[in-house]
Every structure is written in C-alpha cells, then in structure tokens.
Design a protein around this ligand. Structure first.
Ligand code: AHM
Ligand code: MG
Length: 311
C-alpha cells in the first residue's frame, strides 16, 4: 500500500530538522487546496469557469476565471490554517502580511493559463520560506508543484531529494508513487519557445539550440512551465525561458516559478541558472521579479552556459 502524503510528512520528521507539526499542517493544507483546484480543473467546462475574468493582473496579463478561483482557494486555506505569516501570489500585487513570524508562502495558483481553455496540463507552484519570501531560493524549507494532467501529481522537495505523489481518485489521497525522483545526467529533449528565436538577446543561445539539433535532440514545448519542467525532471534534457528583446529579464517570476522549480531540479541532481548565476543564489529585490531560466540535466545546462559565455 502506497504511503499517503500526510503519513510521509510525519515519517520525514526524523530526517528533516525543520519539519515540525506546524510546517506539516501547512503542507497538508496546500495539498488539500490543490485537490479542490484539481476538482475544479477537471469540471471546468461544466462549471462555467473557462475563459477570461475580464481583467489583467499585476503582470499586465489577462486573468482567467480559473486563475482567480485557484487563487481564492489557496489564500482562503492558507489564512485559515494559521501557519502562514506572509502570502504572496502571482495574482495579487502586494504580499498579504498575516503575522510577523511563521511561514512565508509564495505561489502561482494556476500556471500555464494559456492552456486552461484547451484542456492541456496546467499546475500550481509553491515555495515556502521562514518568515519572509524575500530570501534566496537556497533558503527554501520546501517547494513543489501540483500538475493537473492525465493524473494529478504533487512533486515536492523538503531539501532531501525529490518525491512525487499521485492523486488516487478513489481514496482522494495523494499517494507516494515516486519515492526518489532523479534527473538523468543527460537527456534528448530541449524545451524553449523557439518562435522568439530572433528576439533572444544571447547569440550563444541560438548557437546552442542549433548544436542540439545537430546532436539529434527533439523539441517539446507545452507552454505550461509545470508541464515542461515535469517532463524535464523525469526525462532529462533542458528547459529554457531566456531574456529577450521584449522581456529583458525573461518572463518567468523568481519567487513562485523559477525559484521553487530550481530547488526541485537541483534536489533531483540537475542545475538551474539565470545564465549568470544559480537561480537559487538570486536575492529577490521585488515581489514579482522576473529572471531568465535555464534548467535541467547537468550536461545540457553546463553546455548551454558554455555557449552563452562564448556568445
Ligand atoms: P502564467 O503564469 O501567466 O501562466 O505564465 C507563465 C507561463 C509558463 O507556464 C510558461 O513556461 C510560459 O508562460 C510560456 O510563455 P510563452 O507563451 O511566452 O512561451
Ligand atoms: Mg505562472
């Protein structure tokens, strides 16, 4: 019988010194909220929650109804559980300060919005720090994502490797399905929005992608970071969202996209870089700060950085 998420957390208390009952409660709360979101995602076409909410968010992007719903579900459960001192969401301009100390949670309630209406995998990403979110990613106490795909899966790290749980629709439990997620040293897939090729600011990056083509790599790009990183984590290869002429710092947000994904990738044995430094070393300056993202198997990431340095 596979181990349920809540039981797994209790078992980890021995291994992870910062894992106490409070953090366990918080993590369970996040898992419960994502199950509710999974239910809404599954029935989206029947609930009338597809399409735009008719407004733009702090990033200037169109908000989808399901984005809003997922955001409300997460904020409500984090407020109610009483363990979150700060709540930061992609959909909310300011950080919600609940109390002075405790756990600071940052999340992207529904990543991959452009895929919502077409029934393609989307996800929720979360990152947990002590007291404040304005700390480098290497200080995360826990990070993870839930992918709403053919299966709903929760992939998480407490800084002791990466584990994955699959939602069992019968029992409603996240059950441990992948006790040790390890990134292959090298893969066969690259994942980047190649339509932006002419806009990329790094000539070295264009040469790197050409090099991969010569090495018979294949291209996979969903356009949901959660899905693209999930595939990279399990199959290896490289995922890139680079700086370009439109987005000088790339598109993805540090606190609730780049940093938690970098934590998972590195905990699984891979690398994650901005092109200049490890993502986990970046000290946040703004809540909704963006960073270029290059992550995946060690071999490809190192090679990409080499090409980018040479220009
Ligand atoms: P979102 O949080 O508004 O959904 O935007 C982030 C998404 C990521 O999931 C994905 O990697 C990226 O945007 C895709 O961007 P593009 O369409 O420019 O390739
Ligand atoms: Mg997002």
């Amino acid at each position: 019988m596979a181990v349920p998420f809540s039981v797994y957390l209790f078992q980890q208390k021995e291994e992870v010194e910062w894992l106490n009952d409070e953090l366990i409660l918080l993590l369970n709360e996040i898992a419960t909220a994502t199950k509710e979101i999974a239910g809404k995602v599954r029935k989206a076409g029947l609930l009338g929650v597809l399409g735009s909410a008719g407004k733009v968010n702090v990033q200037g992007e169109e908000v989808q109804k399901l984005d809003e719903l997922a955001n409300e579900i997460l904020i409500e459960s984090l407020r109610n559980c009483g363990k979150a001192c700060q709540i930061t969401s992609e959909e909310v301009e300011d950080c919600l300060v609940v109390s002075e100390s405790g756990y600071a949670v940052a999340f992207d309630p529904l990543d991959g919005s452009s895929n919502i209406d077409v029934n393609i995998s989307i996800g929720t990403i979360f990152s947990i720090h002590r007291d404040s979110v304005m700390k480098p990613g290497k200080e995360q106490l826990a990070a993870g994502y839930v992918i709403y795909g053919p299966s709903t899966m929760l992939v998480m790290s407490l800084g002791r490797g990466v584990v994955a749980f699959t939602l069992d629709p019968e029992s409603g439990n996240f059950l441990l399905s992948h006790p040790e997620v390890k990134l292959p040293e090298r893969g066969k897939i690259y994942s980047i929005n190649e339509a932006n090729r002419d806009k990329w600011t790094s000539e070295g990056l264009r040469k790197f992608i050409d090099y991969l083509k010569g090495e018979k790599y294949t291209l996979r790009y969903v356009g949901s970071m959660v899905a693209d990183v999930h595939r990279t984590l399990f199959k290896g290869g490289i995922f890139i969202y680079p700086a370009d002429k439109k987005n000088a710092k790339g598109k993805l947000r540090l606190l609730y996209e780049a940093s938690p994904m970098a934590f998972l990738i590195e905990q699984a044995g891979g690398l994650a870089s901005t092109g200049e430094k490890p993502i986990l070393e970046v000290v946040p300056e703004e809540l909704h700060q963006r960073v270029p993202v290059i992550l995946g198997s060690r071999w490809e990431v190192e090679k990409c950085l080499e090409f980018m340095r040479e220009g």
